[in-house]
Design a protein around this ligand. Structure first.
Ligand code: ATP
Length: 305
């Protein structure tokens, strides 16, 4: 089996403005600070895996604007194969304007832009390279028809799929995705997809078992500071969190998925790969930023919480 990972998904540019307060409609206010960062769930997961030394290719659409080229360069700088990163003619790059107030509360807008143009035809155009991957990683920041198309294609090719059903989307048709190898929601996504409460480990376990009853084989629920749950027909296992002083949890889920993919494709078995993912995500929450908080392989090897 090839160790290459194919990420078919989104990219965004985070536009982070620190504010004193939100302006009212019609009001203009000065804000104290601004910073940009590379994001998008697909790109984040690709970068995390690549920084850990995995061989990663990405299929995504960038904007026909100032940001598009930078996004592609960033992926390339991080070692991601960008041959299937294409510009969406006339479209703006996906952006996430984020406003952070002095208490650290945030308000976020997602403008999907070029991500909405990632089509089944883009997947077909990349298929000869995707066919060399051992694992295809998907999220839900691109059109659902592209997600379903990729899963259908991977099934025919006999390639494993990891689906991270994020952000939560009530329109996801579980019957069309139930045979993915790994289904990895967080608690919010699991609650939305099952209509159950998922606050406690027990509740999340019951909800995940509903997914098994619908035909899923391996469900991994990320539980934030409570670690993760592995739920399979063989049983339930709680992977405890790695205890750290959390500073900024944004991107923790993407760190977890990217690290799992990298370690699993690197040859670790399911449980050890999940344990490495909880360690990698824990390291990421001790640092600020999203991609900025993702460690490289050498640094991660030295992480001893
Ligand atoms: P985000 O949307 O912020 O990227 P998420 O909701 O998708 O995150 P979480 O479930 O919050 O994902 O976190 C993913 C993983 O990160 C967890 O399973 C856990 O292993 C690790 N993690 C998150 N928060 C903490 C924390 N405070 N301490 C230790 N590990 C954490």
């Amino acid at each position: 089996m090839s160790g290459m990972i194919g990420v078919v998904g989104s990219n965004m540019v985070d536009l982070v403005t620190t504010i004193g307060r939100m302006p009212a409609w019609g009001e203009t206010l000065e804000a104290p600070g601004f910073a940009m960062g590379f994001g998008g769930k697909g790109a984040n997961q690709a970068v995390a895996a690549a920084r850990l030394g995995a061989s990663v290719m990405m299929v995504t659409r960038v904007g026909d604007d100032l940001f598009g080229g930078d996004v592609k360069n960033n992926l390339e700088r991080n070692g991601v194969d960008v041959r299937h990163v294409r510009t969406a003619p006339g479209a703006a790059n996906g952006v996430a304007p984020i406003f952070i107030d002095p208490n650290g509360e945030n308000a976020i807008l997602i403008v999907k832009g070029a991500n909405d143009h990632l089509s089944p035809a883009d997947v077909d155009a990349a298929s000869s390279d995707l066919a060399r991957c051992g694992l295809i990683v998907l999220q839900l920041e691109v059109p659902l028809e592209t997600v379903y198309h990729t899963i259908d294609w991977a099934r025919r090719e006999g390639i494993s799929v990891l689906l991270n059903p994020a952000p939560a989307n009530p329109d996801l048709d579980l019957d069309r995705v139930k045979d993915v190898a790994f289904f990895m929601p967080n608690q919010t996504e699991l609650a939305l997809l099952t209509g159950r409460e998922t606050e406690t480990v027990e509740q999340a376990t019951e909800a995940a078992q509903l997914l098994l009853a619908r035909g899923m084989g391996t469900v991994v629920v990320t539980l934030g500071g409570d670690g993760a749950l592995l739920v399979t027909p063989d049983g339930v296992e709680h992977l405890p969190p790695v205890r750290v002083q959390a500073r900024d949890t944004s991107g923790a889920g993407d760190a977890f998925i990217g690290a799992f993919a990298a370690h699993f494709m690197g040859g670790l078995a399911l449980r050890p790969a999940l344990r490495e993912a909880t360690r990698y995500a824990a390291l990421s929450v001790t640092r600020s930023g999203t991609q900025a908080s993702f460690a490289g392989a050498a640094e991660f090897a030295g992480f001893d919480p």
